[in-house]
Design a protein around this ligand. Structure first.
Ligand SMILES: Cc1ncc(COP(=O)(O)O)c(C=O)c1O
Length: 438
């Protein structure tokens, strides 16, 4: 292997470019994001630096993306090596990395096939098309999704997402989506109409506030979909790819319910009909994918679905390198062990500071600290910003990146290779910030 160029280190004298970068954005970038006041420049492992040289422990991982942290040599190496061979060819041709990555995903999920896209929203769009194709000849097209779900920002993505705030101003919505309460099997059954063709849920709702599906709900939905001839689609874009401590979130949720559940999924005791992936799949390099179960794997025949950049040799080489590190270093065990420890520590905060912290949510490296409502916390009550955003800002001051969800939840989505002492550092910084609230 050729010498790998190491990630750029900060210049000896770091100037505060904050204001100039901000101005570039305000003049030239569509203001569709509510950004925090940080200009980030480089990272290494679980740490990231801003342009002033300040270091932050990154417990957000770019919203569950940088699964190996920043500037990981396996990713840099794969980018370097593959970019010297072949970055892109059209999907008019075959390439080995795409075929190998598809085989690795199929091996871990179950009999079926994969399609590669560039983002989570696009992976979900593909599953919507699979569902429409499946029901087309019977005139069925409607997909049920959950209240508080999040499925992306494309037109179909916002129609599928069960949150009004993403739809507002973009009506009329793409037809064919209806929302049902999450974890409520009876409501799903009652909502099925003659036009219904599929049900899509997240294994753990992420943007909605770190809410896992219950085992009964998952098993019940599978049975319901079988009974009514519906496809069961799972959006594993955020909660999948080892974030739960298992490859897919439903494997963690069902562990203990179905003994040895990883193996049983392959024997189709519980297997969805379609699964979308993105985020951690590329560790920061954009790639999304959907897997579709064997009986439906050829529904999208030649000419029915495509994307120019889907599954480039470069993206797939990076994804293969990441998968290799995760498995070789048994990062799934790290996520389960450290994640369980962090959850207990967050729960302790709720016991110690019941006037500030309501509880802890989630599992693995998809955790949520639930704060009390802003009005109930005097230190936060005077601002009109949600408690979650104010807390995340205070965490920045304390040198830690976390991600808000909804108005009261602060998400921790650390890299899968987080070290025990980094987890400890994160928890103590969180406690410091909680303490300062009063
Ligand atoms: C569960 C879920 N689905 C889909 C998406 C959309 O993914 P992307 O932003 O890559 O389009 C997200 C993004 O946060 C997500 O959390």
């Amino acid at each position: 292997m050729k010498e790998i160029v190491s990630p750029p280190s900060p210049p000896p004298l770091v100037h505060n470019q904050y204001e100039s970068v901000r101005q570039l954005f305000s003049r030239n970038v569509v203001p569709s994001y509510g950004r925090f006041d940080l200009v980030l420049s480089h990272g290494a492992g679980s740490y990231i630096y801003d342009v002033t040289g300040k270091r932050y422990l990154d417990l957000g991982s770019g919203i569950a993306v940088c699964c190996l942290g920043h500037a990981h040599p396996a990713i840099t190496g794969a980018l370097f090596e593959q970019s010297q061979k072949l970055i892109h060819v059209s999907n008019l041709y075959y390439t080995e990395p795409q075929g190998r990555l598809a085989a690795e995903l199929v091996k871990r999920i179950g009999p079926g096939k994969c399609f590669f896209a560039n983002s989570g929203a696009e992976a979900n769009e593909g599953l919507f098309k699979v569902a429409r194709k499946f029901g087309h000849d019977e005139g069925r097209f409607e997909i049920l999704t959950a209240t508080n779900s999040f499925h992306g920002r494309t037109l179909a993505g916002i129609a599928a997402t069960g949150q009004d705030k993403v739809k507002k101003g973009f009506e009329p919505m793409t037809p064919g989506f209806r929302h049902v309460p999450f974890n409520d099997l009876a409501a799903a059954r009652a909502a099925i109409s003659p036009a219904t063709v599929a049900i899509m849920i997240e294994g753990v709702q992420g943007e909605g506030g770190v809410t896992p599906a219950t085992p009964e709900y998952l098993l019940g939905l599978r049975a319901l979909c079988d009974e009514k001839k519906l496809l069961l689609l799972m959006d594993e874009v955020q909660c999948g790819y080892y974030r739960s401590g298992k490859f897919l979130s439903f494997q963690r949720i069902l562990a203990g319910t179905i003994p040895n559940s990883e193996l049983r999924t392959l024997n189709s005791e519980f297997l969805p009909d379609g699964i979308s992936l993105a985020k951690s799949l590329g560790g920061g390099f954009p790639i999304g994918a959907f897997w579709v179960r064997a009986p439906y794997a050829d529904l999208l025949g030649p000419g029915t679905h495509a994307t120019t950049f889907g599954g480039t040799p470069l993206a797939c080489a990076v994804a293969l390198a990441i998968l290799d590190v995760i498995e070789r270093e048994r990062l799934d065990e790290n996520v389960r062990k450290l994640g369980d420890w962090m959850k207990v520590e967050l729960e302790k905060l709720a016991t110690k500071y019941p006037h500030l912290v309501k509880g802890a949510r989630g599992f693995g490296f998809m955790l949520g600290l639930e704060l009390l409502a802003r009005e109930k916390i005097p230190a936060l009550a005077t601002s009109d910003k949600p408690a979650s955003i104010q807390f995340v800002n205070r965490m920045h001051q304390a040198g830690v990146l976390t991600i808000p969800a909804g108005t009261q939840i602060v998400r921790l989505l650390p890299p899968l290779n987080l070290k025990p002492q980094e987890a400890g550092e994160g928890i103590s910084r969180i406690e410091e910030v909680v303490k300062l609230l009063g």
